[in-house]
Design a protein around this ligand. Structure first.
Ligand code: GLN
Length: 315
């Protein structure tokens, strides 16, 4: 039975899902061979509110790998455990305007430009605490399990597939070893990074994780406090400027929500004080962003006036 104010959100989700299902274009990523095996028609949307309600449509409970959507949460962890000055020494906050896997460091400090591109995320992966790789892996799994509010595990097939073929990321890690931006054995850092990208999640999980960012760092379902408010603001800021790679500027202009995409075809967005959104649809465009994911977020932004610079007093 539909009740009161909640029914319109579900009606809207059903309607947008049907409408965007007709949008074709893009193709699932296959540079990680295992990702290329996905059903390209999967399409799910989940919205979690800061008071812990969940709205879903379509394939919102089908598992996929989180890929780059892990990056903002690893960044939040690094800030939380090492503090802002230490983290900024290793990774900047400047958009690159380049592809997610570009092999580039800034010329002044030899730092990766930001934590949302692979170089920055690999440097951030090194900051996971733990005396051994096993402990670091466990701490990483615990972080994501507390963010999702359920036990999160690695998709071994995707992890092994990227471990075997991720030579570009290997090049990035060794380049950063050369400039002392990472200090540990690059293979060890990459192992954690590939596992973090291969975490098995659903659109529901990611909507709750995004809602944790929207909710000042507290998971709205479990009430578990994960990040301090000050660091949530940092995370949302880099998502806003860098989360969609070389589409980030256009995204900020048109959609105006801090967001992050992953090559598995997921996009999250967070509206502080309101909701976390996840769209999952595997076909991605040239920049590595889900084609249907972008379409849904554009529509949600317009429909609910969620652009960051919409002036709500101006009615
Ligand atoms: N694991 C992927 C990679 O490093 C993540 C990239 C992405 O989702 N944009 O290539």
């Amino acid at each position: 039975a539909e009740t009161g104010a909640l029914a319109p959100i579900q009606d809207y989700l059903n309607e947008i899902h049907a409408r965007v299902s007709k949008i074709e274009g893009g193709a699932p990523a296959d540079y990680i061979p295992e990702l290329g095996k996905v059903d390209p028609n999967l399409f799910g949307i989940a919205i979690a509110t800061v008071d812990g309600q969940l709205y879903t449509v379509g394939d919102a409970r089908v598992p996929f790998t989180i890929q780059s959507v892990s990056k903002p949460f690893m960044y939040g962890y690094a800030l939380q455990h090492h503090g802002r000055p230490r983290v900024l020494e290793q990774v900047g906050v400047e958009p690159t305007g380049e592809a997610f896997n570009s092999i580039v460091l800034d010329e002044v400090a030899n730092r990766p430009f930001n934590p949302m591109v692979n170089a920055g995320a690999i440097a951030i992966a090194e900051m996971m605490q733990g005396g051994t790789l096993d402990q670091r892996i466990n701490n990483m799994l615990e972080l994501f399990s507390s963010l999702a509010g359920r036990k999160i595990e690695v998709d071994e097939a995707v992890y092994k597939s990227e471990l075997a073929t991720g030579h570009r990321n290997r090049a990035i890690a060794y380049m950063m070893l050369n400039t002392a931006m990472i200090e540990r054995d690059p293979e060890d850092v990459l192992d954690l990074y590939f596992r973090q990208c291969a975490l098995k999640v659903t659109a529901c999980d990611l909507a709750i994780m995004a809602a944790t960012l929207a909710n000042d760092g507290t998971n709205p379902v479990t009430d578990h406090k994960i990040f301090d408010t000050q660091y949530v603001r940092d995370v949302l800021s880099v998502m806003n400027s860098c989360g969609m790679y070389d589409y980030a500027g256009e995204w900020a202009y048109e959609v105006g929500m801090p967001a992050k995409s992953g090559v598995s075809g997921c996009i999250i967005a967070a509206i502080p004080g309101q909701i976390g959104i996840c769209v999952y649809a595997p076909p991605i465009d040239k920049q590595g962003n889900s084609v249907r994911g972008i379409a849904v977020c554009q529509d949600i932004s317009r429909e609910f006036q969620l652009h960051a610079f919409y002036n709500h007093t101006n009615v």
